[in-house]
Design a protein around this ligand. Structure first.
Ligand code: AP5
Ligand code: MG
Length: 214
């Protein structure tokens, strides 16, 4: 099963993708998480990505597309995957389509987690992230068991550099300009499904499993 998560920054793509990956036994591939892991390790890719991410801008397609295509050709992807944060531009979607078509494959589901902008800024300010294992928390809606400590791996939790309100605003603008057109793109391919992302996390997950099936 090959799934794409669409939605604004902070819509809950990562939260839901993690649960989808667990339920269906497929890898959760987040381009944002891959970039953050590289930033943490100080790699050349990380240094390049950070320049853009800290400004709320997209990392250029020529960096991002190759990285993602390499990842989906790895052995653990043979039964599918859930992509979180990719594609984010029409050229990214077209490259993915072409790479899949070359293998005789296609995306099965594109799930748009729909949350209006006014809900987003509040969510981002309360988000806490584990840069080691990628787990995400919220001080109010999904608090870790111990304050500031990741339940999954015990590392310290941080407020992401790009979650400052002014950067969130920029990310939303970039989302509307460059990523939202993908909703029409995948509608045209007959694989688009929308869920109301303002519901509680569990209810959003139920809506998604209703679409994906048991
Ligand atoms: P990325 O890491 O993908 O960030 P994003 O798309 O901006 O999305 P977020 O991770 O911020 O939000 P999310 O939708 O995953 O929400 P979450 O589940 O955490 O990308 C970061 C940057 O990397 C980009 O800006 C760009 O620079 C670069 N990049 C990445 N991919 C790229 C690409 N393909 N091309 C170019 N550049 C790329 O939830 C948010 C918060 O809300 C959490 O605290 C969560 O606990 C809480 N929450 C979730 N669901 C609910 C709910 N139902 N009710 C209440 N609270 C909830
Ligand atoms: Mg995320």
């Amino acid at each position: 099963m090959k799934i794409i998560m669409l939605g604004a920054p902070g819509a809950g793509k990562g939260t839901q993708a993690k649960r989808i990956a667990e339920k269906y036994g497929i890898p959760h591939i987040s381009t944002g998480d891959i970039f953050r892991a590289n930033i943490k390790e100080g790699t050349e890719l990380g240094l390049k990505a950070k320049e853009y991410m800290d400004q709320g801008l997209l990392v250029p397609d020529e960096v991002t597309i190759g990285m993602l295509l390499d990842r989906i050709h790895q052995a653990d992807c043979k039964n599918g995957y859930v992509l979180d944060g990719f594609p984010r531009t029409i050229p990214q979607a077209e490259s993915l389509n072409k790479a899949l078509a070359d293998m005789g494959e296609a995306i099965d589901f594109a799930i748009d987690v729909d949350v209006p902008d006014e809900n987003i800024v509040n969510r981002m300010g309360g988000r806490r992230a584990c840069l080691k294992c990628g787990a995400t928390y919220h001080v109010e809606y999904a608090a870790p068991k111990a304050d500031g400590v990741c339940d999954a791996c015990g590392s310290g939790l941080v407020l992401r550099d790009d979650d400052k309100p002014e950067t969130v605003q920029k990310r939303l603008t970039v989302y509307h300009d460059q990523t939202q057109p993908l909703i029409e793109y995948y509608k045209g391919q007959g694989v688009l499904h929308s869920v109301d992302g303002t519901q509680a996390m569990e209810a959003v997950f139920e809506s998604i499993t209703g679409i994906l099936g048991a």
